[in-house]
Design a protein around this ligand. Structure first.
Ligand SMILES: *Cc1c(COP(=O)(O)O)cnc(C)c1O
Length: 375
């Protein structure tokens, strides 16, 4: 057996990517926007739902930033954000010189806690500022408590930005994640479910908002024969070359999703006799995670802990990683308001992400299994 490093999440190519990239090169359409971009957007719309408009962008981060711009978030405004997430969920709040207000997770989906969300909203309102938006995340592809979270958002009239960067293909009550919120976003970075090398998309529910998003994403050019600008512009549109990769990737999206489920099943089986370790699973039938990464929680004991497990895998040249470090614990964000009771702190200390590449081979599974059996 080879001892080549096993990585956490590698991209997998389907075979048609080259064809579409070649088409862009042949047509000399190398800039942002273009036929591949339009087609990629159409494919995504068909995949997600008839009622959404997709705007392809150069990253998931720029998609989140554009949602804040479209919502008119300005300096001094407050935006609620799930604390347990990747920093890209929260950074765009700072791009707008707004204030992030962080909310803890609940233990069942590891996502934004409805109770603390409402406590946070009430407290911010009592302090004189109603939050301008809520950024909720389907972390590791696991849907957040959509009904509960959206009921609270509706009660207070606050729009939801659904960070579905990790959740392409995940479903809640049979509906695709990314289509519930006022806005949704996806990432097509190299480590996500499908990739465009770097890329993202913004999901809106009207053509008007999509047009406005494209306006901002292409330097906010006013209608004129010369270059004229009345608003701040951004260079956020997806390149036609990258969209070619995306078109090829759409053809293997279902294969990737099946592979992720199979990998999750493999880990459930491999850990079934290790009583201190629980594989993170769908709470019930309403939840259908894409299992972007399979993750586990380790109940610390004398010979089992997150760090012991990580070291055992590392010794076998297998990459694992702690869960996302919550934003309220990050040096950059720790001075901003936070509402919670330490759930995400505990998850961070005791959770681990396991290799989940769709290309994970049987040999690699055997190597992983032998580490687990040696625990
Ligand atoms: C990857 C990711 C993003 C950012 O996407 P990029 O395409 O890398 O900019 C945002 N939020 C979450 C939760 C992510 O995992």
């Amino acid at each position: 057996m080879s001892d080549k490093r096993i990585f956490l999440s590698l991209p997998k190519l389907g075979g048609d990517e080259q064809k579409y990239v070649q088409k862009a090169l042949d047509e000399n359409w190398i800039t942002s926007g273009g036929p591949n971009v339009n087609e990629f957007e159409k494919d995504l719309e068909e995949y997600l739902s008839k009622n959404v408009f997709v705007t392809a962008l150069n990253s998931g981060t720029s998609a989140i930033h554009l949602t804040l711009i479209l919502l008119g978030v300005k300096a001094g405004d407050e935006v609620i954000c799930q604390s347990m997430t990747f920093s890209a969920s929260a950074n765009p709040i700072l791009y707008q010189s707004a204030t992030p207000v962080f909310v803890d997770s609940e233990v069942e989906t590891w996502n934004i806690c409805p109770e603390y969300l409402e406590i946070a909203i009430k407290d911010r309102i009592s302090k004189g500022k109603k939050p301008k938006a809520i950024i909720a995340v389907h972390l590791y592809g696991m849907p957040y408590k959509v009904d509960e979270v959206h009921a609270i958002a509706t009660k207070y009239g606050i729009p939801i930005i659904e960070d579905s960067a990790e959740a392409l293909g995940s479903m809640y009550k049979g509906k695709k994640c990314g289509t519930f919120g006022d806005f949704g976003i996806f990432s097509f970075n190299g480590n996500k479910i499908i990739t465009t090398s770097s890329g993202g998309s913004l999901i809106t529910h009207s053509k008007k908002l999509k047009d406005k998003a494209i306006f901002f994403a292409t330097q906010s050019k006013d209608k004129a024969i010369h270059y004229q600008h009345s608003e701040i512009g951004y260079n956020y549109r997806m390149s036609n070359v990258c969209a070619g990769i995306g078109l090829g990737q759409m053809k293997i999206l279902d294969d990737n999703l099946n592979a992720k489920k199979e990998i999750h099943d493999f880990y459930c089986d491999a850990f079934k006799d290790v009583k201190e370790i629980t594989v993170f699973k769908n709470l019930n039938q309403d939840y259908n995670s894409n299992y972007w990464l399979t993750t586990v929680l380790i109940q610390s004991s004398k010979n089992k802990s997150r760090d012991i497990l990580l070291a055992a895998f590392e010794k076998a040249n297998i990459e694992t990683r702690p869960l996302w470090k919550p934003m309220h614990l990050q040096p950059l964000f720790c001075d901003f308001p936070y509402y919670g009771n330490g759930v995400s702190d505990d998850l961070f200390l005791n959770g681990l992400c396991l290799p989940s590449s769709p290309s994970l081979s049987n040999d690699e599974k055997l190597r992983i299994k032998s580490v687990i059996d040696s625990l």
